[in-house]
Design a protein around this ligand. Structure first.
Ligand code: MN
Length: 193
């Protein structure tokens, strides 16, 4: 199967003024498109993998009996495809509050504000390119951590819940070196909590 660039449920300017139209357009139509194309390219060599759900590929990639270079390519481009798809979904302006998630956040972090503080600190201090994650372990407990590049909690056996892209391509046009300001403003795009 071939992966296609997922359509956004909203316009490129829908997250203004927190995320500008030009950044959204380039991020989706250029960066995400490139991850999608490169993921398809590496899957061409592995037709049986190409039939598996992407979650299974990202969970098991380290155990696959394939070339190290191709493993990295699957993580980088498969992760890039998956992570951005989820990123667009959690920023959808038509999202409603997720009361079940809010209850779990309160249980595991004490309050939504405490959760936001911890997640924000993780995003601000992640060195280089990567993502801040909220993920759920097998027992249902929530965890916050940063992962570099396009790595994904599925590699740890966790289920991704929320994520924030802190690659420079996600904010540089509007925020330049001011990653903390981008992160603070980004919370305004999250209607789930
Ligand atoms: Mn990105």
């Amino acid at each position: 199967m071939k992966y296609e660039l997922p359509k956004l449920n909203y316009k490129y300017d829908a997250l203004e003024p927190y995320i500008d139209k030009e950044t959204m357009e380039i991020h989706h139509s250029k960066h995400h498109q490139a991850y999608t194309d490169n993921f398809n390219k590496v899957l061409e060599a592995y037709p049986t993998l190409a039939e598996q759900p992407i979650e299974q590929i990202l969970t098991g990639v380290n155990d696959f009996d394939i070339d190290k270079k191709d493993k990295n390519a699957l993580l980088n481009h498969g992760g890039g495809y998956y992570n951005h798809k989820l990123f667009w979904e959690i920023m959808d302006p038509t999202n409603n509050k997720d009361e079940a998630l809010i209850a779990d956040i309160k249980k595991d972090f004490g309050s939504v504000d405490t959760f936001k503080e911890q997640f924000t600190a993780t995003a601000k201090t992640l060195f280089g390119s990567g993502w801040a994650w909220l993920a759920r372990d097998n027992n249902g407990k929530l965890h916050i951590y940063g992962m570099q590049n396009q790595d994904n909690p599925l590699q740890r056996g966790h289920t991704p819940i929320l994520l924030l892209d802190v690659w420079e391509h996600a904010y540089y046009l509007k925020y330049q070196n001011k990653r903390p300001e981008y992160i603070e403003n980004w919370w305004n795009t999250i209607k789930l909590i």
